[in-house]
Design a binder for this molecule. Structure first.
Ligand SMILES: NC(=O)c1ccc[n+]([C@@H]2O[C@H](COP(=O)([O-])OP(=O)(O)OC[C@H]3O[C@@H](n4cnc5c(N)ncnc54)[C@H](O)[C@@H]3O)[C@@H](O)[C@H]2O)c1
Length: 385
């Protein structure tokens, strides 16, 4: 290990900023060799949002303007979790200030914003940049990834990767920034949830070649929180069907499903790989369960293994216990800091070039849905839309 500590500043003290600070605060949980993050700074224009962070023992800087954090020589890494319309400017400023960065998805509000961030990354090759996506770090999902990589599934028939929420079925819920085009972006649910569904297929080397999208805006008005109604023009649900190819040159469809109106789903993230020899699946609805098929001649039976607490990076928790969402966040950050520190990492955090591909898919999805056509991704010019 090269460095014992990295000093981290957080930009955006909302939901995800707190999740990281909490994971860092219990770093003693991790027994695997890894540098320790020290949360030394928080930036948020809202003093109420900063208050929660001010109780952290190592916090030195609590500032409204994020540029103040970027000027601090003793801040090595920035985690940035802010609304999508601010990504391009703030991410570029962070990278140009030579701070290593974990950015949040969608990594730019649209393709053009993402291109600006990619340019800043290209101009600063000494800066380490990754994009947040924690769900694949469930041990049962890691087991699924190992099975697919080992070739046990045989020739792939199809892949389903999705993220289903249902909170928008509550029609009395006031609209927030994730439901407005000006702040969330045109992608709607895809910008919010899409990268989560692409991490495992992309890391497994499944390259999308064509795309057909079905997008739905089911509820077009929502309470504005002030007694009236506001237009809600963002996509609620999206299904992308991509003809894809793997490293062996095999072709198969990958279905990317992102839904904010999926009855019965609180936060259901899932990945299913169907193969000729064997199929495997994982869902956060059954976080400990790794499912695979056993072949009995003409029939296949689903088998469930209770994986328990066996994460990629060892911790103090016994292997018989249950693994949960805060653990995925911490494991992802271990992967981030190990890679930053020069270690080899089996399953990497989402890469900047993968965010660019994600944007190409999501932009192509808007075009596909508009014209009701299949988009050839090899020739598609995402700047044309
Ligand atoms: N990885 C995940 O599972 C996950 C989950 C939810 C959200 N996200 C992503 O995290 C990001 C933030 O989402 P959230 O749910 O935490 O939002 P949030 O609304 O809870 O928090 C955003 C925070 O950013 C602050 N902010 C606004 N402008 C700022 C500025 N100029 N400088 C500093 N802070 C500023 C706001 O005051 C707010 O406290 C988004 O990109 C979102 O897509 C990721």
């Amino acid at each position: 290990m090269k460095k014992e500590f990295y000093n981290v500043g957080i930009i955006g003290g909302g939901l995800m900023g707190k999740e990281f600070a909490s994971a860092a605060a219990r770093w003693c949980h991790v027994t695997a060799e890894t540098p320790t993050p020290r949360v030394v700074g928080i930036s948020d224009p809202n003093p109420e949002a900063r208050k929660w962070f001010e109780k952290l023992p190592e916090l030195k800087y609590s500032v409204a303007d994020y540029k103040e954090l970027l000027e601090k020589d003793d801040v090595d890494v920035i985690y940035v979790a802010i609304p999508h319309n601010l990504h391009a400017q703030v991410y570029c400023d962070i990278i140009n200030a030579k701070k290593h960065m974990m950015g949040e998805k969608p990594f730019g509000m649209d393709y053009q914003a993402n291109a600006k961030i990619m340019k800043a990354i290209k101009n600063n090759p000494d800066v380490f940049v990754r994009c947040c996506s924690q769900h694949p770090y469930y041990p049962a999902c890691q087991e699924l990834i190992r099975w697919v990589k080992s070739g046990k599934v045989g020739k792939i028939i199809e892949v389903h990767s999705g993220f289903r929420h249902s909170s928008d079925l509550d029609l009395s819920k006031p609209i927030n920034w994730k439901r407005t085009i000006s702040i969330n972006g045109e992608y709607g649910c895809m910008g919010d949830l899409g990268i989560h569904t692409m991490h495992v297929p992309f890391n497994l080397g499944f390259i999308p070649k064509t795309l057909y999208a079905q997008l739905s805006n089911i509820i077009k008005e929502r309470p504005d929180g002030k007694g009236g109604m506001a237009p809600c023009l963002t996509w609620d649900n999206a299904t992308l069907i991509c003809d894809s190819v793997n490293e062996k040159g095999e072709e198969f469809p990958v279905f990317y499903e992102t839904k904010r109106m999926a009855p019965g789903c609180t936060n259901s993230w899932y990945i299913e790989v169907y193969g000729v020899d064997c199929s495997v699946k994982f869902s956060t609805d059954d976080a400990n369960g790794f499912w695979y098929t056993e072949n009995f001649g003409k029939e296949q039976a689903w088998c469930r293994v209770n994986i328990g607490y066996k994460p990629a990076y060892s911790t103090i928790t016994g292997s018989i216990f249950e693994f949960g969402f805060p653990d995925t966040v911490q494991q992802m950050w271990v992967a981030f800091f190990r890679e930053l520190d020069g270690e080899t990492v089996d399953f990497k955090c989402f890469l900047p070039e993968q965010t660019q591909l994600a944007h190409k898919l999501q932009t192509a999805a808007l075009a596909s849905n508009l014209h009701k056509v299949v988009v050839d991704l090899d020739t598609f010019d995402a700047n044309s839309i």
